[in-house]
Design a protein around this ligand. Structure first.
Ligand code: S3P
Length: 433
């Protein structure tokens, strides 16, 4: 597709970004295994979350959807049914890994498969720790397809080997089915939606003050809830970065989730000299706020391993910020980017180089000199089939004068189907002075 041209008068207006992807997945999963009904408002109706919704329907859970409102008639922790055929995980790593933990403790056998990108992503990081709990999971050379034979699970005391909320969540969903309390110890704090949401549904998950040690009580009595999914910080991020970089911009993003395990980008923007103001903070389980962002000149940044989990999905955008900062930035400790929907380090370096950005690939990140003027040497960009790469490149196109093409633009449907409409709405607003 043809990408939007540089908006001379900046980006302006107000946006309500779609519901949080992580919370939407978990809302379906926890609603399914609770007793009674769960209602989710502002559910993310993007391909990834629909993979979760469909999988649970196939597992015998009645689920109705009317636009972004979803009603789940929970079947309880032991009420899922043999689906009769393999479950399609689509492109969704979160669906796959969380469902593995849950199905490991059920009483039937399931097979999971996914698309080409998902079938390349590592699954032993989940199947191996689950095996320590007695799970019987057979992956294909470390990847999907996976066959899960439901099995009685026992408790564990386990130190996670990767900083991954998906792995942690899989283990928590197994641990609630075990016979005794389990303890999980993270390497670094990762997003904690599973813990917070499970407690809201009636479970007993305690995180120690180190934010790393998590105690999971087994066999909780889960009860359905009604909740409004906050706007997704990872979707708002595209506009936070766009409005920062395009001069004369001012955009308000309404009701964005600002859980502290997700706000790494806000902290990085602040350190770089960005202008983001929080308004109308609320906390109904998950904190939210309106974020008002205006353009700013940026300083370079150094970020390392400890900063990564809270900004893991926004790192391509951090690279874009660095490409306009007045010095050399270094992003390291981000090796996990190599096993996302695509190798995001290689994809960012390859596509940014087409725009003449001075970027160097590191084994676990990038080095970027934002002082070098951009010079488009190849106007045909490629999302590599990865939603976040596609949207990052669409934002980058707002910073060049030449018309650019984006191959694989439809990948945005994975997490943000309205992305191009929302982008058009803030790039074409009439401004009266
Ligand atoms: C997610 C966790 C992250 C993130 C993904 C969603 C989740 O993955 O990249 O988009 O919902 O738990 P990892 O925990 O594997 O880094």
């Amino acid at each position: 597709m043809q990408l939007a041209a540089r908006p001379v008068a900046g980006l302006h207006g107000e946006l309500t970004v779609p519901g949080d992807k992580s919370i939407s997945h978990r809302g379906i999963i926890l609603g399914a295994i609770s007793e009674g009904d769960t209602v989710l408002h502002h559910f993310l109706t993007a391909a990834d979350c629909l993979s979760t919704l469909t999988a649970f329907q196939q597992l015998g859970v009645p689920i109705e959807r009317d636009g972004t409102t979803v009603m789940i008639h929970g079947v309880g922790l032991h009420g899922l049914k043999y689906p009769g055929k393999p479950l399609d995980m689509g492109n969704s790593g979160t669906t796959t890994r969380l469902i593995m933990g849950l199905l490991a403790g059920q009483r039937f056998e399931t097979t999971l498969f996914g698309d080409a990108s998902l079938s390349n992503r590592p699954m032993r990081r989940v199947s191996e720790p689950l095996a320590k709990m007695g799970a019987d999971i057979c992956v294909t050379e470390g990847h999907l397809p996976a066959r899960i034979r439901g099995h009685h699970l026992h408790a564990v005391n386990y130190q996670l080997q990767v900083a991954s909320a998906q792995v942690k969540s899989a283990l928590i969903l197994a641990a609630i089915q075990a016979d005794q309390p389990s303890t999980l110890i993270e390497k670094l704090p990762t997003r904690n939606h599973t813990e917070k949401m499970l407690n809201a549904f009636g479970a007993d998950i305690q995180t120690e003050s180190d934010k790393l040690t998590i105690h999971v009580a087994p066999q909780p009595a889960l009860k359905g809830v009604e909740l409004t999914v906050p706007g997704d910080m990872s979707s708002a991020a595209f506009f936070l970065v766009a409005a920062t970089l395009v001069p004369h911009s001012k955009v308000t993003l309404k009701n964005v989730g600002i859980n502290e395990t997700r706000t790494g980008l806000l902290k990085i923007l602040k350190r770089m000299g960005g202008n983001v103001v929080e308004r109308h903070r609320q906390d109904r389980g998950e904190p939210t706020a309106d974020l008002v962002v205006t353009s700013a000149a940026l300083k370079p940044i150094e970020i390392g391993e400890a900063d990564i989990p809270a900004v893991i999905d926004e790192l391509p955008l951090v690279a874009l910020l660095a490409a306009k900062a007045n010095g050399i930035s270094r992003i390291t400790g981000a090796g996990e980017l190599r096993v996302k929907e695509t190798d995001r380090i290689a994809a960012v370096v390859r596509e940014f180089s087409k725009l003449g950005i001075a970027i160097r690939e590191l084994p676990d990140g990038f080095m970027i000199d934002g002082r070098q003027p951009w010079q488009v040497n190849k106007p045909k960009l490629d999302s590599h089939g990865d939603h976040r790469i596609g949207m990052t490149l669409a934002i980058a196109s707002l910073l060049v004068d030449e018309p650019l093409q984006l191959d694989g633009a439809e990948s945005v449907n994975i997490s943000y189907p309205e992305f191009f409409d929302d982008l058009a709405s803030v790039t074409s607003v009439e401004i009266d002075s």
